[in-house]
Design a protein around this ligand. Structure first.
Ligand SMILES: [Zn+2]
Length: 148
């Protein structure tokens, strides 16, 4: 499945719309600096996310995560692009393993096991998720995470 732009109702949502615009702006700035990168996955609906083996709390579900790739990229290239994203306030995860090699950028920090709210999580519509995101936001140190 190709790159899917978040649907119009998400852009018009009072809570989400502004975050989407800001995320898009930041991602475009990173891609301006690293023009070889192209998007391979952006918005995923619930079914699509499950099919791709996405995490149940994936920010792709909100359009607040995007996967970027370039065939010629090496690990240092992804790390440098990730650092550019982190400077802009995004969270960057470099996948560099047998299963996948790509750069995942997202607006908010990832869920962390230390959050006391994680055991309460169930998607969709659980306030525990909101609290987890807030908790993680407070605890998160901006950094490029490399998953080898
Ligand atoms: Zn991703």
């Amino acid at each position: 499945m190709g790159v899917v732009v978040p649907p119009p109702d998400m852009w018009q949502d009072r809570a989400l719309g502004g975050a989407l615009l800001e995320f898009k702006h930041d991602v475009e700035a990173v891609m301006g600096e690293f023009p070889e990168l192209h998007a391979i996955s952006w918005y995923r609906d619930w079914t699509h996310n499950a099919e791709e083996g996405g995490q149940p709390l994936s920010q792709h579900l909100l359009g607040l995560a995007i996967d970027l790739d370039w065939m010629g990229a090496d690990l240092d290239y992804f790390k440098a692009a990730g650092a550019s994203a982190v400077e802009r306030g995004l969270t960057a995860i470099v996948y560099w393993n047998e299963e996948k090699r790509s750069l995942h950028l997202q607006a908010l920090p990832p869920p962390m096991d230390e959050s006391p709210f994680v055991p309460l999580l169930s998607w969709p519509g659980d306030f525990a998720q909101l609290w987890t995101l807030i908790f993680n936001r407070l605890r998160w140190t901006p950094q490029v995470v490399v998953k080898t």
